[in-house]
Design a binder for this molecule. Structure first.
Ligand code: 9MG
Length: 288
């Protein structure tokens, strides 16, 4: 089994680690666009040395409540990093939901579109607006990760999903993938993602991990993104209130969740801490 992307066929018979590169002011801020791009590129190089199989570059934070970023700002953040990152010898994914960003990055050779909106976002409105589905379908081979999200980043945690989320998430992802295939997109280009933390309660997120097999029954590979997510913080210690465990203190629970996701069949894990995740996965491989 492999993931077909623009330039690479990614072998999915062994788990793959996707390293997160957030090109946002809070990540690489030095007060200037150029310096931030250089710092992000150095980070890409470090992630590859740490063992990343794929890079995922994003210019807009998807944290609950994070403000949206304009098209111009997102392009200014992502494009300079992408140009150089595509020369580093690994597949490069771009985390975006904006069709105009997708169009620009695909023209520059991005290998994968990672979309938290599963290609539902439409620019320009109406039937003539630019649409991610059409852009991916028109591309000969780019890979795509379709993620489930309930509502949208600003409001998703205010009214999370209701009821048993697993069949709802599976139905949404199957329908999204089926719509792409109906436009001629090869199944081998499609990766599905349950969208941990995107409009789900802590219990619902863990149900998606415990019952990941039900998502896999849809017949597509699954990517899991648990890294530093807040659902992990509350599980760690009864003595530690969830709020006091900052994102950077969530390494151990992130590793545990990544391992469990892979053990339950995930093919790709999207992580901040690449070196530690690669080491943890080696232990899992040793017993397989
Ligand atoms: C951009 N982004 C943030 N969290 C994510 C997750 O869990 N999956 C994917 N595919 N992208 C994510």
């Amino acid at each position: 089994m492999y993931w077909q992307t623009s330039r690479y066929q990614i072998d999915l018979t062994r788990p793959k680690v996707m390293g997160i590169v957030n090109v946002t002011p809070d990540s690489f801020s030095d007060g200037g666009q150029h310096g931030s791009a250089l710092a992000a590129l150095r980070h890409c190089e470090q992630l590859i040395r740490d063992g990343a199989d794929i890079l995922d570059i994003g210019g807009e934070s998807t944290r609950p409540g994070a403000p949206p970023v304009s098209l111009e700002d997102e392009l200014a953040r992502v494009i300079p990093v992408l140009r150089e990152a595509t020369r580093l010898g690994v597949p490069v994914s771009v985390d975006t939901y904006k069709p105009r960003v997708m169009q620009a990055v695909l023209e520059l050779g991005a290998d994968i579109i990672n979309d938290i909106w599963a290609l539902r976002w439409q620019e320009g409105g109406g039937a003539h607006g630019l649409h991610g589905t059409g852009l991916v379908a028109a591309h000969p081979s780019c890979g795509v990760c379709l993620m489930h999200m309930h509502r949208e980043p600003r409001t998703m945690q205010v009214t999370p999903m209701q009821g048993d989320v697993v069949p709802q998430v599976r139905a949404f992802l199957e329908q999204s993938a089926g719509a792409l295939q109906a436009l001629g997109v090869d199944k081998a280009r499609i990766m599905l993602d349950p969208g941990i933390g995107f409009g789900k309660t802590v219990a619902q997120n863990f149900a998606l991990l415990a019952r990941q097999a039900e998502l896999l029954q849809a017949g597509y590979p699954v990517l899991a993104g648990w890294s530093r997510k807040s659902s992990l913080a509350g599980m760690v210690s009864h003595a530690t209130p969830a709020a006091s465990l900052s994102a950077s203190e969530r390494l151990a629970p992130s590793l545990a969740a990544a391992l469990l996701a892979v053990e339950r069949g995930a093919c790709v894990v999207r992580v901040h801490d690449v070196k530690e995740t690669v080491q943890a996965l080696r232990v899992l491989e040793a017993i397989r």
